[in-house]
Design a protein around this ligand. Structure first.
Ligand code: S3P
Length: 178
């Protein structure tokens, strides 16, 4: 078990909430390795997520997602971005919350909606759904993301502002708990 200061940090939140972009930035500023779980799954299958869903099915994707999250969460000093659906799995929630510091990147549905067209082609979970169904999924997932250590609302902030604020609050908690 790593010390509080060495714990890896996990970013959770709905698709397109900025987990990868902000995670990468935070990793750079803290001189830590960044791991994007979706990217690791894509490397293992040698194809993009949309194709994995088409060729191997969502179940295969979810099982690889769990295996990789467990592997990386047990290592110290990483910055990890997990896909928006990962936290729906209880085992994943437990492994993240037990080993890492979990940051929830939150944003309002109105702000999120503006990103929809950009996200649609690469997010199989959104495809074929009406905006009402997507909104329902968004709010259903909010309940699951409520299991976190810290929450950051990103609606009107840019990447640098969020990552700087996040690092400041992390440093405060390092001082408090270590
Ligand atoms: C998913 C989110 C995606 C990716 C996959 C499934 C989901 O990751 O893991 O398309 O179920 O919410 P991002 O949250 O990084 O978009």
């Amino acid at each position: 078990m790593s010390s509080y200061r060495e714990k890896s940090i996990v970013f959770i939140g709905f698709m397109g909430s900025g987990k990868t972009t902000i995670g990468e930035q935070v990793a750079k500023k803290l001189y830590r390795d960044f791991v994007d779980i979706d990217e690791e799954i894509e490397k293992e299958y040698g194809m993009p997520v949309t194709d994995i869903f088409k060729v191997h099915g969502e179940e295969a994707f979810r099982s690889k997602e769990k295996e990789l999250i467990k592997r990386y969460c047990e290592r110290p000093l990483k910055i990890i971005s997990v896909g928006g659906g990962a936290f729906m799995n209880e085992e994943i929630r437990e492994v993240c919350l037990q080993n890492c510091i979990v940051f929830f990147l939150d944003l309002s549905f109105d702000a999120w909606k503006e990103r929809l067209t950009l996200l649609l082609p690469s997010r199989p979970v959104l495809q074929g759904k009406s905006i009402e169904e997507i909104e329902e999924l968004f709010y259903k997932r909010q309940g699951i993301y409520a299991d976190h250590n810290s929450k950051f609302t990103t609606d009107h902030l840019d990447i640098d502002e969020v990552s700087d604020y996040l690092i400041e609050s992390l440093k405060t908690s390092w001082d408090l708990y270590s």
